[in-house]
Design a protein around this ligand. Structure first.
Ligand SMILES: Nc1nc2c(ncn2[C@@H]2O[C@H](COP(=O)(O)OP(=O)(O)O)[C@@H](O)[C@H]2O)c(=O)[nH]1
Ligand SMILES: [Mg+2]
Length: 305
């Protein structure tokens, strides 16, 4: 299956409500009036694009249509798509990569959001690309989490550095960096725990891991990916805010897009958090992580069949 049809497939539930309503609104439309804009705003909000972002997009569209004296609804439709792409930063944001040294990627987010799965899928992507990858099982809270990552490592043929359950996550990461250096790895990806019982705890754990990493490699971690569950819609953005107070983040991964009609949350994320979406998860298997491309995403979202 091609990448585009995979994204389109992954967005099936979101598209069901969205693209049909869009088509209904625009097909056979003779002219654009205030009612059209109101309906448009409603459709955007109902796809979980977020109230503020939806209003902003429609306001800008209205302005542009007026200034350029656009009459053709078809043309307005095109302008709308462009606006949505723009809101997401227009171009794909690649993973930060250190060309000379080891690139360390920390993966953070609440429990159940899809961190461990994303670590596995990302490792597979990078390995397929010819990079040497190592994983660190720094979610030591439950033995099951360590086993889950080990199972991913076995499946995709990537080594996992791990300690016992309840071990110090920073110590796991310390060992993993030593191993990654010794093996000349290109990437070390660190899974972490996402317990939110107190923000202070989480903050302390994440800062300790970061401290260990930066002591060993001054520019690292080059990438901190925050994993958010798209099925929670706008709540994913609220969740993200808690994490952003605990640690700095360089990229967002939105998971479980395949299981939700709330895929519009992807569009709101960049605008509301000011951080680019770098990957989207469209399934549980190893090939179900996609590099995020705003233009491709919008095209897929508007597909009606
Ligand atoms: N459908 C679907 N399920 C996913 C996706 N990403 C993760 N999951 C599932 O979500 C559940 C929690 O994922 P996990 O990686 O263990 O989350 P963690 O607690 O953050 O490490 C697992 O059952 C995963 O298979 C995705 O993109 N699509
Ligand atoms: Mg996990």
């Amino acid at each position: 299956m091609g990448i585009f049809s995979k994204i389109k497939d992954g967005l099936t539930k979101t598209r069901q409500g969205f693209s049909g309503k869009m088509e209904n609104l625009f097909s056979g439309l003779k002219k654009i009036d205030e009612e059209t804009y109101e309906e448009l705003e409603e459709i955007l909000i109902s796809a979980d694009i977020g109230v503020d972002v939806s209003i902003k997009v429609v306001d800008e569209l209205r302005q542009e249509v007026k200034e350029n004296k656009v009459k053709d609804p078809e043309e307005v439709y095109g302008l709308l798509k462009n606006k949505l792409v723009e809101v997401m930063g227009s171009t794909p944001e690649p993973l930060n990569k250190d060309t000379s040294d080891l690139t360390v990627i920390m993966v953070v987010g609440v429990n159940g959001g899809g961190k461990t799965t994303t670590v596995g899928k990302l490792a597979k992507n990078l390995k397929d690309n010819g990079d040497r990858v190592l994983l660190a099982a720094a979610d030591t809270f439950r033995a099951a989490a360590i086993e889950q990552l080990s199972a991913w490592g076995d499946r995709i043929g990537v080594d996992v550095i791990k300690h016992q359950e309840s071990a110090d996550p920073a110590a796991v990461v310390y060992d993993a960096i030593a191993a990654a250096k010794a093996r000349n790895a290109d990437y070390l990806i660190c899974d972490t725990a996402g317990r939110l019982h107190t923000k202070k705890n989480l903050m302390q754990e994440l800062s300790k891991i970061r401290r260990v990493i930066s002591r060993e490699i001054p520019d690292a971690p080059q990438e901190v990916l925050l994993v958010l569950d798209a099925t929670t819609g706008q709540n994913a953005i609220k969740q993200a805010e808690v994490f952003l107070e605990a640690t700095s983040v360089t990229g967002i991964v939105l998971t479980k897009l395949d299981g939700t009609a709330k895929g519009g949350v992807v569009i709101a994320t960049r605008e509301e958090l000011g951080i680019p979406v770098k990957y989207i998860g469209v399934g549980e298997r190893e090939d179900d992580l996609q590099n995020f491309d705003p233009e491709e995403f919008v095209e897929a979202l508007f597909e009606t069949s």
